[in-house]
Design a protein around this ligand. Structure first.
Ligand SMILES: Nc1ncnc2c1ncn2[C@@H]1O[C@H](COP(=O)(O)OP(=O)(O)O)[C@@H](O)[C@H]1O
Ligand SMILES: [Mg+2]
Length: 289
């Protein structure tokens, strides 16, 4: 097993490790248009508690758009989002952590001027009373919170096998390590729902495998929406998969059902950007790991 797949440490302050996920994200009839061009038309998707839901499709299919709807970054022109049995209206990205939702965006998005540990501490602010910035300023009242925050951030780095980089600055680290730090930052808040947009981009086969193990491991604590291009990873880790093509939902089901669906193969064959790699992965049943 590689560093990403290490089990969490059994230290005393491990937060809510045994909590069983109960929250469900339901997106129903979602439509989005950009300047009159339909990016999504009537797409519905439910992430069941403790499941990994994959969202796949050729480039331009609308995956990131739907992901951004779930994050509150894009407002749909139609449709409903229900989270923990409550409809989310006018969701804003700043409300996410309070709702128990964490995300990593396509790319990395770490703060260049903060150390790895400080970057991860930012993700934990939901759990800190005095808040990260007073902690940074070392206000006396923040001492206890700061220590707690540090511990939690360190634990998250251990879980991601990145603890040795705690004092480094992100810009000096290899891309795959930066991605692990971004994931640690998303996990440190102990979300009920983790949203991942292309977490495997730029990773080697081995690192991708470890990422898959990590994603499976966190399902004891949270649900995951995984937007991913690597068919192999998606087929291995997802419980359910939704397939988009040109903003339309063309298939949904278990990995086996989706793989057996001719519409899916056809959509990937029509993709002029990654045609060969995608179609070959799909045809091989995503089992070349
Ligand atoms: N902010 C935007 N403004 C205009 N068009 C956009 C915007 N974001 C995405 N699109 C368009 O919406 C479609 C879906 O894009 P996207 O959701 O990024 O696809 P994917 O992530 O599946 O590659 C594409 O045609 C894209 O050009
Ligand atoms: Mg995308």
């Amino acid at each position: 097993m590689g560093p990403l797949a290490q089990p969490p440490p059994h230290s005393g302050s491990q937060p809510s490790q045994e909590r069983t996920p109960t929250a469900r994200l339901e997106m129903t009839g979602i439509s989005v248009s950009f300047g009159g061009v339909a990016a999504l038309s009537d797409v519905s998707l439910t992430v069941e508690p403790g499941q990994v839901h994959g969202l796949i499709g050729p480039n331009g299919a609308g995956k990131t758009t739907l992901f951004n709807v779930a994050c509150g970054l894009v407002r749909p022109s139609a449709g409903r989002i229900v989270w923990r049995d409550q409809e989310l209206r006018r969701l804003k990205p700043s409300q996410l952590s309070g709702l128990g939702i964490s995300r990593t965006l396509q790319g990395v998005g770490l703060f260049a001027g903060l150390t790895v540990l400080e970057n991860v501490m930012i993700g934990a602010h939901r759990h800190a009373k005095a808040g990260f910035f007073s902690a940074l300023l070392a206000l006396p009242t923040a001492d206890k919170d700061d220590r707690l925050l540090r511990e939690r951030a360190q634990q998250a780095l251990v879980e991601l096998g990145a603890e040795s980089y705690a004092d480094r600055y992100p810009g000096s680290l290899p891309y795959p390590v930066q991605k692990r730090v971004a994931l640690a930052r998303a996990l440190v808040a102990e979300p009920d729902l983790l949203l991942l947009d292309e977490p495997a981009s730029g990773l080697s086969e081995d690192e991708m495998h470890e990422l898959g193990e990590l994603i499976r491991a966190v399902t004891t604590r949270m649900s995951v929406l995984l937007v991913e291009h690597h068919m192999d990873l998606v087929m291995r880790v997802c419980d359910r998969i939704t397939v988009l093509d040109s903003g339309q939902q063309i298939a949904a089901g278990t990995p086996a059902e989706v793989q057996a669906n001719p519409a899916v193969t056809e959509a990937y064959l029509g993709d002029d950007v990654d045609v060969e790699a995608d179609a070959a992965e799909l045809a091989s049943g995503g089992s070349n790991a």
